[in-house]
Design a protein around this ligand. Structure first.
Ligand code: FBP
Length: 340
C-alpha cells in the first residue's frame, strides 16, 4: 500500500477511506457504518484544523464565560471543536451515543439505533491554544450493547473498559495535521494535505521503539510525585542512564505523538493537586493506550494496564504512564521497589 505513486509523486496517495476499503477484505460483514464514523471525525478534524491554523486572525482565541464540568474556563476553540464533532457525528446514522470532555453527560443521539458510541476530547492541550503550540483531538469508539428498545442501558454502553474499544485515535494540529488511528490491526498515520483536502497515508503499521531516551513529565509537580517516580526521574538524569532527554510540550496528544515515533515515556503521575492523576480515562488515557499497545508500547496507571481498568464515571481521572515497553516497565519497577 505505502510507497510513492508513480503518476502523482505523492507518497502513499491513499486516503483513509481507501485504506479502510483495502482492509475490508478482512471484514466480510463490514457495512461502511464504521468508515462513516471515521469520515465524520475527519471532517470535524479538517474544520478544527482550519480554525487552529488561522487562530490569530479569527476571533477564536481566548476564554468564553462558560465553565465546563471540570470547573475549567472553556476556551473558544474548545467550544468550536466540540460543536464541529457533535455536528459531524450526529448526522451519521451509525452514531448512537456521543460523549465529550466538554459535555457534562453523554448525549443519546439515537435511542435504540446507531451502532457506535464515540467519546472524545475535542481539543486536548487547551493551555497551549493561545500560544500556537500543538493541540489535538482524541477519540475512542465502542460498539453499543444489544439493542432491546425501552430500558436500554446507555451509561453501560459508554462506561466500557478500554480493551473493548473497536477503534481509537487522535489528530494533532501541529506543523502539519496528522491523524493516527487503530482498529485493532496496527496503527496507521495519515497527513492532511490541505491542497486536496484529504488525509493521505503517511505511514502504515507504525511501531513504537522498545526503548527511548526521552522522559516527558511536568517536573513542576516533582515534590508531590510518588517516591518511586521521583527515583526514576533522578535515575533518568544520571550518567548511568545516559542521561535521558527531557521533553514536555504540555499537550498530551503532542507529547504522546513524539513518544510514539521516538520512544521514551510520558508520565502524568498522581500529584498533591490531582491525587488520582489529572488525565481523563475515557477520552484521554484509553484511546492513547490503545494506540500505544497497538504500536507495541505499554500504558499503565502504575499498577494496572489502562485498557483493563473498569470505568465508573465518564469524567474520571487516572494516573498515566505510557510509552516504550522497557521504559514503562522501568518506571513500574521503581514504583514497586520504592513503594509507590
Ligand atoms: P485538556 O487540555 O484537554 O484539558 O488536557 C489536559 C492537558 O492539557 C493534557 O493535554 C496535558 O498533558 C496536561 O493537561 C498538561 O497538564 P499540566 O499543565 O498540569 O502539565
Amino acid at each position: 500500500m505505502a510507497g510513492t505513486s508513480r503518476d502523482t509523486g505523492i507518497k502513499g496517495f491513499c486516503t483513509v477511506e481507501q485504506h479502510i476499503l483495502s482492509k475490508q477484505g478482512e471484514h466480510p460483514h463490514a457495512t461502511g457504518a464504521f468508515s462513516s464514523v471515521l469520515t465524520g471525525i475527519m471532517l470535524a478534524g479538517r474544520i478544527i484544523s482550519a480554525k487552529v491554523r488561522r487562530a490569530g486572525i479569527l476571533d477564536v482565541l481566548g476564554e468564553t464565560s462558560e465553565v465546563n464540568v471540570h470547573g475549567e474556563q472553556q476556551q473558544k476553540l474548545d467550544q468550536i471543536a466540540n460543536k464541529a464533532l457533535e455536528t459531524c457525528l450526529c448526522y451519521r446514522e451509525s452514531v448512537g451515543i456521543i460523549a465529550s470532555e466538554e459535555l457534562d453527560e453523554p448525549r443519546i443521539v439515537r435511542e435504540t439505533s446507531g451502532k457506535y458510541v464515540i467519546i472524545f476530547d475535542p481539543l486536548d492541550g487547551s493551555s497551549n491554544i493561545d500560544v500556537n503550540v500543538s493541540v489535538g483531538t482524541i477519540f475512542s469508539i465502542f460498539e453499543r450493547g444489544t439493542h432491546n428498545g425501552a430500558g436500554h442501558d446507555h451509561l453501560a454502553d459508554v462506561l466500557q473498559p478500554g480493551r473493548k474499544q473497536v477503534a481509537a485515535g487522535y489528530i494533532v494540529y501541529g506543523s502539519s495535521t496528522v491523524m493516527c488511528y487503530s482498529t485493532g490491526e496496527g496503527v496507521h498515520m495519515f497527513t492532511l494535505d490541505p491542497s486536496v483536502g484529504s488525509f493521505l497515508l503517511a505511514q502504515e503499521n507504525v511501531r513504537m521503539p522498545v526503548t527511548g531516551k526521552y522522559f516527558s513529565v511536568n517536573e513542576g509537580n516533582y515534590e508531590s510525585f510518588p517516591r518511586g517516580v521521583q527515583e526514576y526521574l533522578t535515575w533518568c538524569k544520571s550518567p548511568d542512564a545516559g542521561p535521558y532527554n527531557a521533553r514536555y510540550i504540555g499537550s498530551l496528544v503532542a507529547d504522546f505523538h513524539r513518544t510514539l515515533l521516538r520512544g521514551g515515556v510520558f508520565l502524568y503521575p498522581p500529584t498533591a493537586k490531582s491525587p488520582k492523576g489529572k488525565l481523563r480515562l475515557m477520552y484521554e488515557a484509553n484511546p492513547i493506550a490503545m494506540i500505544a499497545e497497538q504500536a507495541g508500547g505499554k500504558a499503565t496507571d502504575g499498577t494496572t494496564d489502562i485498557l483493563d481498568k473498569a470505568p465508573t464515571s465518564l469524567h474520571e481521572r487516572t494516573p498515566l504512564f505510557v510509552g516504550s515497553v522497557r521504559e514503562v516497565e522501568r518506571v513500574q519497577e521503581y514504583m514497586k521497589r520504592v513503594g509507590g
